[in-house]
Design a protein around this ligand. Structure first.
Ligand code: ADP
Length: 547
């Protein structure tokens, strides 16, 4: 039976339009045609121009036969073309595949093949990798040399330059609003640290919602000046590619993450917001005093992508930055939880505040729900801050699924939840706290040891800049923690015994690292410490020590 409120009240073209972030650009271009939308070195692009450039890109791609069902790949650092591709490519109905610019040629070739790319836009800094990948890929596709004015002057790969491509396009191109908000807008590959990467398919609806959710969470507005320290190829820049445009803010592009560029850019453009992985914040914290700058305005920083140690949050606050902690995955369009501030925390000292802030918190307003469940029974774990379970999420900003990988999609979506693979506890206030990725947890003598918890203590050591803890085989306990530590620049040397003494005062005995290794830590371009590499080193060490 149709309910009374449904009779004659069906959705129609006037009251039901597919959600898509593409409409943000048309609105911004109409509302703020002369406002600076993009800053790139000395270059400026107004919203009016950005709108025309994206339509040109869409028109030029469409004229070359690209449309619904096609994939367009791009390999570039944070340049305006990568931002424009977030609009121009889906305006044709095609799907944007922004590839991690630091991947090796074999993985890029895998992605081109797996995604069935029809066009490939390449920055000159990535040309060598792209050339090898294209040779391996073998098939013919349109290759465009981005020829970014701030990039290398020569050495591009491609059939034509990006500006020539735009020149052939129509600035008034009538792009097609998607008929269905469930249609794909982006294909983002996970880092694939343990095998071939998986292609995460995102839809227009989720991209719209997560952009709005992020804009509200991070307090963006027309006065926002957003610095691109987070790669746009990482979950579409956590949807900020769309969120900043939604509010008519200004995008400040950045080819390289370097404190030597970041501090001056913040000062010169009066940057109000930036996002970055904790390792990038640590770079800022440990930059030489000659490079560091203090600003007379508050800079909002959102961090995530890996657990931010509270010591890093506290150091950023001391430098005058205001930190928001976000958690998420590629599968949920980037940020899906945040550590929402509570007024009661105002009265705490800086360290206690940072400890609260290091928790991953509550679901973003655009994510329907989250829980921590027992992996065996799927029942919610008690909110006791101690029982570990898997963090699961549900809502409209969860991916469509993995591209051409039904088994992995079914596995990820079992029991009506998206399974993150992250192990967490739920505190009495409902805030979640990640303890480890499932594969990183250390089981020593039957006890769970959270690598993040041990790292948290190591980061508090006055000479430690970075730390990562992984499992190593242990003849007596099965596994035990092995710590890898990088000291602060210029810090006096210290010893394993001294580090262990520091830890012993601050953690239960069974959690103590059995080994401490000093040196630099291997990292991915999205700021994650490559624990699988460290695990291999730790295994060899453990076997040697126990032999
Ligand atoms: P990949 O899976 O390719 O490494 P993602 O960006 O999708 O790339 O990584 C998501 C993972 O990063 C999460 O599953 C989690 O383990 C980790 N992560 C992200 N944000 C946080 C955070 N704020 N705290 C702890 N871990 C985080």
């Amino acid at each position: 039976m149709t309910a009374i409120y449904e009779q004659g009240l069906a959705p129609n073209a006037a009251n039901h339009v597919a959600l898509t972030p593409l409409g943000f650009l048309d609105r911004a271009a109409a509302t703020w045609p002369d406002k600076v939308a993009v800053i790139h070195g000395p270059g400026r692009i107004t919203y009016g121009e950005l709108g025309r450039r994206c339509r040109r890109l869409a028109s030029a791609l469409a004229a070359r036969g690209i449309g619904p069902g096609d994939t367009v790949s791009i390999l570039a650092p944070n340049v305006p073309a990568l931002l424009e591709a977030h609009y121009g490519v889906p305006m044709t109905g095609a799907v944007l595949n922004a590839i991690n610019a630091r991947l090796d040629a074999a993985t890029v070739a895998f992605i081109l093949r797996h995604s069935g790319a029809r066009a490939f836009l390449v920055d000159r800094d990535c040309a060598a990798v792209a050339r090898t990948a294209l040779a391996e890929f073998g098939s013919k596709l349109l290759v465009v040399d981005l020829a970014d004015p701030l990039g290398p002057a020569t050495g591009g790969v491609g059939d034509l330059t990006y500006e020539a491509l735009l020149g052939s396009g129509d600035p008034d191109f009538a792009w097609h609003w998607p008929d269905d908000e469930w249609s794909a807008i982006a294909l983002n590959y996970t880092s694939g640290t343990t095998g071939n990467p998986k292609g995460v398919v995102c839809h227009h609806r989720g991209a719209f919602l997560n952009a709005i959710g992020n804009a509200i969470t991070f307090g963006l507005g027309p006065e926002t000046v957003y610095l691109w320290t987070l790669p746009m190829f990482h979950c579409n820049g956590w949807c900020y590619t769309w969120a900043v445009t939604a509010v008519g803010g200004t995008h400040v592009c950045l080819r390289r993450v370097d404190p030597l560029l970041i501090f001056p850019a913040i000062g010169e453009h009066r940057v109000t917001h930036l996002c970055a992985a904790p390792v990038v914040l640590n770079l800022l914290v440990h930059a030489p005093d000659t490079v560091k700058r203090r600003f007379d305005h508050v800079v909002e920083v959102a961090t995530g992508g890996a657990a931010p140690p509270s010591a890093v949050i506290a150091a950023m606050s001391t430098m005058g930055f205001h930190v928001t902690h976000l958690y998420g995955l590629t599968e949920v369009y980037g940020p899906s939880t945040l550590c929402a501030w509570q007024d009661a925390w105002d009265g705490l000292d800086a360290d206690a505040q940072a400890t609260r802030m290091a928790r991953q918190g509550v679901n973003l307003l655009t994510m329907a729900g989250q829980d921590v469940i027992d992996p065996a029974t799927s029942a919610a774990v008690p909110a006791d801050g101690a029982t570990i379970g898997e963090l699961v999420l549900r809502g409209n900003t969860v991916m469509k699924g993995y591209f051409k990988n039904r088994a992995a999609s079914d596995e990820a979506f079992r029991d009506g939840w998206f399974h993150t693979g992250d192990l967490a506890v739920k505190h009495p206030d409902g805030y979640v706290e990640i303890k480890d990725r499932a594969k990183d947890i250390i089981i020593s003598g039957g006890e769970n040891i959270s690598s993040l918890e041990v790292e948290e203590v190591l980061y508090r050591h006055p000479r430690v800049m970075e730390a990562a803890v992984v499992t190593r085989p242990d003849a007596k306990w099965g596994e035990s923690p092995c710590a890898f530590v990088t000291l602060k620049p210029g810090a006096a040397p210290t010893t394993e015994a001294e580090i262990l003494a520091f830890c012993r005062e601050r953690m239960a005995r069974f959690k103590l690292p059995r080994t401490v290794v000093f040196g630099p830590l291997p990292k991915t371009s999205t700021g994650k410490i490559q624990k699988f590499q460290l695990r291999e080193q730790a295994r060899a060490l453990g076997e040697r020590q126990d032999a």
